[in-house]
Write a protein that binds this ligand. Structure first.
Ligand SMILES: Cc1ncc(COP(=O)(O)O)c(C=O)c1O
Length: 309
């Protein structure tokens, strides 16, 4: 399904709690959210369970909590109540009537007119749209190590999901695209692995899952935390520690994870095959475990699923 087809299927979006056609949800050209990146967001997924005829939003509360933190970092005033935003997301999906995998984009930004430090008024927007699984989930993808370095906590904190941080990701993503890679791995200023433009990195060495710690210039990813939880439950050894660049080349498996990318196998780094150059067994097993969980096929973690219908 191409992007234009998807866009044509959006019947309504939600702005400041009101449902309206996409074309009516506009931002003034002097809004600080546009001019000074006074904007934060969340990307959230909902998964269709055909046998239950139900759509489940995955870990909505955790995404809303992170949005609240991101708004606090930018000192938004007043801050919209995030529980209401959760209800608006459910209402927006219902109004669109999606009965398939869905992506939710939730934005909060300083609206109208102002300066760099203007703190309000804060507007919120919700766009929900069908989002089928990307082919890379099955085939795997080829990544490079970017020549750009990851921004840091004392410059533009990656822990907050601020629109501004995506300049760093965009530069790395454009470099990867120009050089015919599917994606990029960005290193910290110290030269250890941080994350990709839109997801976290895991490697597998000797059956052990390894991912950089939360002080490595990463977004505190909901998917990453989910996978660490599942590993613990399943008795898979895991570690949060620095990863050197050369560990990417020696690893048995590497994968990329996040709401948008789900669990995407990385089958080569800098044109060097990872393992056998195909998605590895632990990556495959985690994909299955994750898919069963998010669709409500397993009975585990019902508290992470918010039914829409
Ligand atoms: C920079 C970055 N890191 C990590 C992630 C993964 O976070 P999550 O699993 O919460 O979606 C994302 C995507 O949302 C991201 O944009």
């Amino acid at each position: 399904m191409v992007e234009d087809d998807i866009r044509a299927r959006i019947k309504t979006v939600t702005m400041n709690g009101r449902q309206m056609p996409y074309a009516q949800a506009t931002v003034p050209i002097m809004a600080p959210g546009l001019n000074y990146a006074a904007a934060v967001f969340e990307g959230i997924r909902a998964y269709w369970n055909a046998s239950a005829s139900q759509l489940y939003i995955f870990r909505l509360d955790e995404h809303l909590k992170r949005l609240a933190f991101s708004m606090r970092m930018l000192r938004f005033d007043p801050m919209p109540a995030v529980a209401e935003l959760g209800d608006q997301i459910v209402a927006d999906i219902r109004a669109n009537g999606y009965r398939e995998d869905t992506y939710i984009r939730l934005n909060a930004f300083v609206d109208e007119w102002g300066e760099m430090t203007t703190q309000g008024p804060v507007s919120t927007t919700i766009v929900t749209r069908p989002r089928p699984r990307a082919p890379g989930f099955t085939t795997g993808q080829n990544f490079c190590v970017s020549s750009w370095r990851r921004l840091s906590d004392n410059a533009s904190p990656p822990r907050s999901k601020s629109t501004a941080n995506y300049l760093n990701g965009r530069l790395a993503g454009l470099e990867a695209k120009t050089n015919n890679y599917h994606g990029a791995i960005i290193l910290t200023e110290r030269g250890t692995v941080a994350e990709g433009p839109g997801g976290c990195i895991f490697i597998v060495r000797g059956g052990r899952l390894i991912t950089p710690g939360v002080t490595s210039g990463i977004l505190e990813s909901v998917t990453r935390e989910t996978l660490l939880n599942l590993a613990l439950e399943d008795g898979i050894a895991s570690a949060e520690r620095d990863i050197d660049r050369t560990e990417l080349y020696i690893a048995d498996e590497v994968f990329y994870c996040g709401t948008g990318h789900e669990i995407t196998p990385i089958v080569s780094v800098d044109r060097m095959a990872v393992g056998a150059g195909t998605p590895g067994p632990l990556t495959r097993a985690l994909q299955k475990r994750y898919d069963d969980l998010v669709r409500g096929h397993s009975n585990a973690h019902g508290e992470w699923l918010r039914p829409v219908y």
